[in-house]
Design a protein around this ligand. Structure first.
Ligand code: ZN
Length: 385
């Protein structure tokens, strides 16, 4: 027997779909967001305007960093207690949405020590706060998954937690949120979505439902990711935004694999962007896993589906097209001012190069933590984004 869960109350799609906020019963909204991109692209102002027009009170909690630390969540919950919201809205990348998920759940359980969030039984229900996720990048699918990741910086730990209460009630896939996404972010998050779908598809736990979803996501990403990255064409951005979510619906029920194991350990140690590590390692992981006959057979099926002779070669070609370095060696040896393959990758990557990593992050390690209330072994070989 297997129970499948694909999302919360609804997934709302289409450009301009943030307008649906007008129809949702929201009185006091606590908005959690990351950097300045949602300010610069005007989407935060648009969302605040929509809520204000219906008489909704809002408080914006911004600045959630990449690899969000538990302190950010603790502070956010304190702000929530002062504001007393009925709704939490996570806007932006996976880090902001993850933080909003943890805040909304632990806000309802004041007796629990938030600082030890994932070292105790994670609450399985969220009954008072409505949770809405509006992703601004196209890859993590945090808007539909039951996972959240926090960083314990004092202990150099990156910890994943899992609870049905982390699944947002509404996932709003408004591709207008993604139009200002830089090329390198579109490439890296897009390949993260590809890895979610491929690792799900090659996972032995695949079932009839997730088979169709993962394969459909792979086909769609192959078709639309190149234009989404190279031209930023809105139609392609919208397709990728939808297909990354479809990949998330699939892998949340099946799990991922070695590529994500590498990304958590390596990315955590050097404070590197998740999608870039995932993209670089993916072809190597697939080659390694191809020693298994069932994986070889599945990759052959995928190759036919995307009309290529060899699926791993097709992933390498796609990486090259998107400006992803061919190896960690190639990435590390590139000069900061002269990134490996694409001018658009320079800032993020040069900052993240291992040799320039600030010491507080160099020791960071990743550990996936299975909370006492989750099924034993729930995270065995099933890392999340
Ligand atoms: Zn991922």
């Amino acid at each position: 027997m297997k129970e499948l869960r694909f999302h919360g109350q609804a997934i709302v799609t289409g450009r301009g779909s943030v307008e649906c906020l007008k129809n949702l019963p929201i009185g006091r909204a606590f908005i959690v967001t990351g950097g300045s991109s949602v300010v610069k692209n005007g989407m935060l102002a648009k969302i605040e305007g929509l809520l204000a027009a219906k008489g909704c009170q809002t408080l914006v909690y911004s600045g959630v960093p990449k690899n969000p630390p538990v302190e950010t969540v603790v502070e956010g919950i304190a702000r929530m207690r002062e504001f007393a919201p009925d709704t939490v809205i996570g806007i932006g990348g996976g880090s902001a949405i993850d933080a909003s998920k943890v805040m909304s759940v632990f806000y309802e359980h004041p007796g629990l020590d938030v600082a030890a969030a994932f070292r105790q039984a994670i609450p399985q229900k969220r009954e008072k706060i409505k949770l809405i996720a509006i992703p601004g990048t196209s890859g993590t699918a945090s808007e539909v998954t039951c996972f959240a990741v926090l960083t314990y910086r004092g202990e150099d730990l990156k910890v994943g937690g899992k609870s049905p209460a982390f699944v947002p009630d509404y996932a709003i896939l408004d591709a207008d949120m993604t139009l200002s996404m830089p090329k390198n972010v579109a490439a890296e998050t897009g390949m993260d979505a590809m890895a979610h779908a491929v690792e799900c598809y090659t996972n032995p736990a695949l079932d009839d439902f997730t088979d169709a979803m993962a394969a459909g996501a792979i086909e769609g990403l192959f078709r639309h990711l190149p234009a989404s990255v190279t031209t930023g064409e809105p139609g392609a951005r919208e397709k990728v935004h939808n297909y990354q979510c479809l990949a998330g619906c699939a892998f949340a029920n099946v799990g991922t694999g070695l590529d994500h194991g590498i990304a958590h350990a390596f990315g955590g140690k050097y404070d590197l962007g998740h999608g870039l590590v995932i993209a670089v390692a993916l072809p190597y992981v697939l080659e390694f896993n191809s020693r298994d006959a069932s994986v070889r057979e599945k990759l052959a099926r995928l190759a036919k589906r995307v009309d290529r002779g060899d699926f791993v070669a097709a992933i390498r070609e796609l990486n090259t097209l998107l400006g992803i370095p061919a190896s960690f060696k190639a990435w590390a040896s590139a000069k900061p001012t002269s990134p490996p393959t694409s001018p658009s990758l320079s800032k993020t990557r040069s900052k993240a190069r291992p040799e320039s990593i600030p010491s507080p992050y160099r020791r960071t390690t990743c550990r996936l933590f299975c909370a006492p209330s989750t099924k034993a072994g729930a995270f065995n070989n099933k890392t999340q984004y």
